[in-house]
Ligand binder design. Structure first.
Ligand code: SF4
Length: 391
């Protein structure tokens, strides 16, 4: 599989300059496995944690041995799993390892934080180099937290955010979940009140989905939330958050001015990112690949000295244009056709232009300032709009 890395290196070297790239580090353990979760994670064990730590450092070194001449790391994102199980010293050690192995001009270093995390660690994480917290609150309604099986009370989220402020955190995001059985209009009010009190710089509103093959499916079957109800709830958040000053910059993401997530923007703007750890995805040059999702497979691939990709794709310029359109239209600002044409000069965009104009005539797209975008009130049907464009 080294041949695949060499293939990527060859393509990167053709660019003739280093590229700003996001680095994602997947931490694959949680205190307990949530029944609705489809992420690659298993229950924390100290021994496994230490084994992961040694392996991820090896993967950083290994990836750098191929790519460091071509990349400048400008964002780092610790996702999971529950990366807040990492001690500040461990986070520092990993950030140091990134600095030692790559050219780094860090604009943003995020860690996902479980509300049950030790609030006392926050100041030390900031000292370690973290400058953005992403707190997986999910809800401030105790009934909803119980349905989701989250092991904390809403007060814990408040305390965590208060501690974060005291420690100097000035870029904090809160994630909320929509479409949970048992959620009511009161849930929305409780959540909006909590946001108004805590004033996080960033808010994400995710739909509970992809429940096939996870234990929560049974709960869902007993009390499903209709698409209309989930859509109404999402719309309520969308309008209320905007009214309260959080600008919707992506279908599920809202921020105060200047506080969008720089790392996640790389996915939507189709910019390069390197993912390390089990199940992590990467996109460099015109290649996309995913690491093995299981710990054992990931470890054995690393141990064998070969990446052992779960999926490895070399994309044609036409495929890249499709992906670029699909991800860019998730953004409020939309996508520039001029930029698309200059990034992929060999691709004939005329077929898309015809379809885009037709969708605009149906009121499903807007064109202005050289950008084409989905109007925010149509975000709920964005999947259908994007499918109509691409298929
Ligand atoms: S804490 Fe997050 S990553 Fe871990 S099992 Fe629960 S939802 Fe999944």
């Amino acid at each position: 599989m080294d041949a695949d890395y060499n293939l990527i290196v060859r393509r990167l070297s053709e660019a003739g300059q280093k590229t700003e790239t996001g680095l994602y580090i997947h931490y694959p353990f949680c205190r307990q496995k949530c029944s609705y979760c489809h992420f690659s994670s298993s229950v924390y064990e100290r021994e496994l944690h230490l084994k992961w730590l040694a392996a991820i450092k090896e993967e950083i070194r290994r990836a750098a041995s191929f790519f460091s001449d071509y990349l400048i790391i400008d964002t780092v994102y610790f996702g999971g799993g529950t990366p807040s199980l990492l001690t500040p010293d461990e986070v520092k050690c990993l950030l140091d390892s990134v600095q030692e192995n790559f050219e780094v001009r860090l604009q943003e270093a995020t860690i996902e934080v479980n509300p049950a995390a030790e609030a006392g660690r926050i100041g030390d994480w900031l000292q370690a180099g973290i400058n953005r917290l992403s707190v997986g609150a999910q809800s401030f309604d105790p009934a909803v937290l119980r349905v989701l099986g989250r092991a904390y009370e809403p007060e814990k989220i408040f305390r965590l955010l208060e501690e974060a402020r005291k420690a100097g955190a000035d870029n904090t995001g809160l994630d909320l979940m929509v479409g949970v059985p048992g959620e009511s209009l009161r849930t929305v009010e409780v959540n909006l009140r909590a946001l108004a009190e805590l004033l996080p710089e960033h808010v994400s509103v995710y739909l509970l989905e992809e429940l096939e093959k996870v234990p929560f499916q049974k709960v869902w079957e007993r009390s499903p939330v209709s698409e209309e109800t989930a859509a109404e709830t999402y719309e309520k958040y969308r309008l209320s958050l905007e009214e309260a000053g959080w600008f919707q910059y992506e279908i599920a993401n809202f921020s105060r001015p200047g506080y969008h997530c720089r790392h996640n923007l790389k996915y939507w703007k189709y910019r390069p990112f390197l993912g390390l750890g089990p199940s992590a995805s990467s996109h460099l040059a015109n290649f996309r690949w995913t690491n093995p999702p299981g710990l054992e497979d990931w470890w054995s691939a690393l141990g064998s000295g070969k990446p052992g990709f779960n999926e490895f794709l070399e994309l044609s310029p036409e495929e890249e244009v499709r992906e670029c359109l699909a991800s860019g239209l998730r953004l409020r600002e939309g996508i520039s056709l001029e930029e698309l044409a200059s990034r992929f000069p060999g691709v004939d965009l005329s077929g898309y232009e015809i379809k885009l104009t037709r969708l605009k005539d149906y009121g499903l797209l807007q064109f202005s300032d050289g950008m084409v975008r989905i109007p925010p009130e149509r975000f709920l049907v964005s999947n259908s709009i994007i499918s109509e464009l691409l298929y």
